[in-house]
Design a protein around this ligand. Structure first.
Ligand SMILES: Cc1cc2nc3c(=O)[nH]c(=O)nc-3n(C[C@H](O)[C@H](O)[C@H](O)COP(=O)(O)OP(=O)(O)OC[C@H]3O[C@@H](n4cnc5c(N)ncnc54)[C@H](O)[C@@H]3O)c2cc1C
Length: 445
């Protein structure tokens, strides 16, 4: 019973939301402990409370994005990053409303916007808010602004440190609620923990990765402009993973550079001595994979992710829905199931552009022998003699293949965002319980 409670998604969600609220509200409540400075107008106190909550929420973002396995394992990185986006926007709103209320209630505060004349505490507030604004703008409009991912990520980190540091400096400078030594110490500790997490992610973790290097063993061309990159651990055991999980890959450069990319493992989770990735040539980094020489150094940070059939050991079988390169985690699920002699039924609905584009086509065909596997290929650009499924994976197509007793299976979808949305909606319309549907998004930002 206890185990069920702990594993129920609602119980886990409530637990994390409770922790989030605790970490954002308790530091504020501590400021109200005796002795409390003189009370001012309600709106001023309200605005100050918003400022402090905004600051605490900012600090919590450093925890959310620190790849803490325990938090990540509850939800998966995409949901965590969505949470990060939305709660950061709430924090930004609070930080923005905080001075607006002060300007309305006491218009003489507007003089603090005269930057050269303003005291340092007000200058810090202005600079911190501008850093936060820049962070929000460059994140929401990164693609229209054509900011490449890697520089954006570095810039995002610097802006986050500035926004938090300057916001905290402003609170110390105002020295109203933080005039008491132990309250200032508590808030300093919160900010220092947040900044320590950046040091951990940027320095400690990369240093740990240098002690567990890998070497490229092979680069194998696959159908559909995809290359399998096979890595072997050197001087250590590698890691086991649950099929469907992913890792951050750093290739041919030091892990301190933080130029790492997430890829789902495509090999068996039970073979840490050879870890494979199926990588589609799409951008700067992925187009270079085909030219990587065997012997090249690599580093992995992982495994991460909750997109795995291993979490549903009691499922009667699985429906796997892949589009294009979304096949990689699903292929790992199938390969691992075959090795483990899993005798449950697997249905794979696999959308590709053409028959020749189907990544791992022959390998998947071969898995029909050891597995109870049904494969439905769906082609967007079929040849005239193609008699199989064509077009989009929609409600009608799914209804033809998924079991009548919808809740008896767990459904795993990995594809381009538009296909994932369409399939998710279709499954919902077909009365598949939402708790049975699991998705992996390849576009984090
Ligand atoms: C959980 C997960 C699993 C993935 N598994 C696979 C896989 O098995 N096979 C595969 O081919 N692709 C996979 N991807 C996608 C892969 O990470 C991106 O295609 C790759 O990072 C693009 O890098 P690029 O420089 O070649 O392309 P770019 O043109 O530079 O980037 C294209 C887009 O990819 C994303 N991206 C780029 N760099 C990074 C980065 N360092 N970190 C995060 N996102 C980035 C951004 O959204 C960017 O707009 C996965 C992504 C995620 C999130």
């Amino acid at each position: 019973m206890r185990r069920l409670m702990m594993q129920s998604p609602i119980a886990i969600a409530l637990m994390w939301i409770g922790l989030f609220l605790t970490f954002t509200l308790v530091p504020l409540l501590v400021l109200l402990l005796h002795p409390v400075p003189d009370q001012r107008n309600f709106w001023i106190e309200f605005s100050v409370a918003l400022g402090f909550i905004g600051l605490a929420m900012m600090a919590v973002q450093f925890v959310i994005t620190a790849r803490v396995n325990r938090i990540e394992a509850s939800y998966g990185i995409d949901i965590l990053l969505q949470f990060h986006r939305y709660t950061s926007l709430v924090a930004f709103f609070m930080v923005l409303v905080h001075p607006i209320i002060l300007f309305i209630v006491e218009p003489e505060n507007l003089q603090f916007l005269n930057f050269p004349q303003a005291p340092w505490r007000a200058q810090m507030a202005v600079l911190g808010t501008l850093a936060f604004l820049a962070m929000v703008v460059t994140t929401i409009w990164r693609k229209p602004l054509k900011i490449p991912y890697e520089p954006w990520r570095a810039f995002h980190t610097v802006l986050a440190i500035l926004a938090l540091g300057l916001g905290f400096g402003h609170a110390i400078g105002v020295s109203h609620y933080l005039s008491l030594f132990w309250k200032a110490v508590l808030w300093s500790a919160i900010v220092l923990v947040a900044l320590w997490l950046i040091v951990y992610v940027r320095l400690v973790k990369p240093w740990m990765m240098t002690r567990h290097p890998y070497v490229v063993e092979e680069v194998i061309p696959q159908r559909g402009d995809v290359w399998t990159l096979a890595l072997r651990p050197i001087g250590h055991q590698g890691f086991r993973f649950q099929p469907g999980q992913f890792a951050w890959l750093t290739l041919n450069i030091t892990p301190f550079s933080m130029r790492e990319h997430p890829f789902s493992m495509s090999s068996s989770g039970d073979h840490p001595e050879r870890i494979e990735f199926g990588i589609k040539a799409l951008g700067d980094f992925t187009r270079r994979i085909k030219d990587i020489e065997p012997g090249t150094r690599a580093y992995l940070d992982g495994p991460y992710g909750v997109f795995t059939t291993d979490r549903y050991w009691d499922s009667a079988g699985f429906v796997l829905i892949a589009g294009g390169i979304g096949i990689t985690p699903i292929y790992s699920i199938l390969v691992t199931a075959a090795e483990r002699k899993d005798d449950r039924p697997f249905l794979l609905i696999y959308a590709s552009q053409t028959w020749d584009d189907i990544t791992f086509r022959e390998e998947i065909e071969a898995l029909k022998e050891p597995l109870d596997l049904t494969v439905i290929h769906v082609l967007r650009k079929p040849t005239e003699d193609w008699t199989g499924e064509t077009g989009y994976v929609d409600k009608e197509l799914l209804a033809r293949y998924i079991p009548l007793h919808r809740g008896s299976r767990h459904y795993f979808i990995c594809a381009a965002p538009a296909m994932m949305d369409q399939v998710e909606r279709a499954l919902f319309d077909l009365d598949v319980p939402v708790t049975n549907v699991h998705m992996e998004h390849f576009n984090l930002a």
